[in-house]
Ligand binder design. Sequence first.
Ligand SMILES: Cc1cc2nc3c(=O)[nH]c(=O)nc-3n(C[C@H](O)[C@H](O)[C@H](O)COP(=O)(O)OP(=O)(O)OC[C@H]3O[C@@H](n4cnc5c(N)ncnc54)[C@H](O)[C@@H]3O)c2cc1C
Length: 481
Amino acid sequence: MDRVECVVVGAGIVGLACARALALAGREVVILEAEGAIGMHTSSRNSEVIHAGIYYPAGSLKARSCVAGNRLLYEYCVERGVAHARCGKLIVAADASQAHELGKIQARAHANGATDVVRMTREQACALEPALSCTAALFSPSTGIIDSHALMLAYLGDAEARGAVLALRSRLERALARAGGFELRVAGAEPIECRILVNSAGLRSPGVARAIDGYPVAMAPRELYAKGNYYTLAGRAPFSRLVYPVPEPGGLGVHVTLDLAGRVLEPHEMGAGAAFLHTLLDPNIAFLFFWLGLALVALELFVPGGVMGAVGTLMLLLSVVALGMLPVELLGVVLLIASVVFFVLEIKHPGIGLPTVGGVVTLVMGGLFLFDPSVPSARVSLWVIAPVAFFAAAFSTWVLRAALRVFKAAPALTPGDVVGEEGVAMTELDPSGVVQVASEEWTAEAASGPIESRTRVRVIRKEGLRLTVEPVKRKAGRRPR
Ligand SMILES: Cc1cc2nc3c(=O)[nH]c(=O)nc-3n(C[C@H](O)[C@H](O)[C@H](O)COP(=O)(O)OP(=O)(O)OC[C@H]3O[C@@H](n4cnc5c(N)ncnc54)[C@H](O)[C@@H]3O)c2cc1C
């Protein structure tokens, strides 16, 4: 089996930068790339902005790397002749409340080390960009744009000059973690061994992590995909700097970027579909949809009507989409299904309330164990679980009490009374169906031949709770009622 020191999985901007750094450090490097060329995924489908480190939480690794990386990247571009432009970026406020937000953004940028971010009045901003409409703005002179493909080629060139090897059409399929390194299965190639494995497979990185035997699965983040769209302005660019709104929750908002040819690109980060999926992926919503969907479908089976079943099925389908993308634990799912079974049992066969207790316990446990506990963001809140458990218990108790009331009430007829009584067929009796006699519904069988629904019938026999009936024959000349 071939053995190399380092294997980098993925030839996007991150993999190539890692390969370059390892090769410059004198290590033997092989880059495995699934596609037929470098940078075919996210690295060639982005805004090509050199960020300045404005928004990240102060002190975070992202903030520190972005601010330091901004300076290093400009230096590298100059040194290696990578096309770029330090065009600057405006963050604009559309009204007074957003103007207040600008102050917070500027304070965060300064705390991160992006100290060149300055506040501008409407007039100052419009002096820079006359087509702008705003009440105030921040200006970041260190934000710029870059030819990302040229950057990747430069990284690859540096790595190859130090002996790194790029293997295209080489998808890593499995890896086995073992003492001192990894054994790698690469599509269409002999297995290889390496001491250092860099997982830089971009959006596929979680899948690659899960394909490493011996790697703790819980450490691999779950994929949460959202599709965005870019729009290109056909006419002349109205701006010469990047223009961003005050950020919205979950994104930077619809902004305008430029490429090096001066074209205007307007990235839309999240469509309505993606926003809905985002909401659905809230663990609380996924839990509610799953449990309510199950409960409604189960009730539909006992009390057919159609609406509950349709709504329940829709909720269940949506929850399955959400659960498929969240770190679900089978134990939680089983407990939630058990809770529905318990509640339905109580409703269907009222007893002394034990199934309700079982339903509450399994519902609460199911909610708590529904998601992998090592992923803190995937927890279902007790504030959601508790009311659901309370209402489910209250509902089944109410049904239980109502059933007990009916049970204790004096029957309209003593069992023997029904023989000889008249009633009406609620369904067709072919040979059996349901009849209503003295306001109560009974399972009944036609004595001879089928009886149509709505026909008046007379009880001729009673065995247990089952009646035998015959159609009531009207005397000639008398109109049926
Ligand atoms: C819409 C959008 C706009 C963005 N704008 C900016 C911006 O303006 N500025 C900025 O700095 N960042 C921006 N980003 C982020 C930036 O583009 C990404 O962080 C970066 O490109 C990620 O690079 P990567 O190498 O990790 O992933 P990728 O570029 O996706 O590379 C991963 C590579 O791994 C390969 N691969 C996958 N699985 C395997 C396997 N099993 N075996 C072998 N190879 C495999 C793939 O083929 C691919 O080539 C943007 C991102 C998006 C989505």
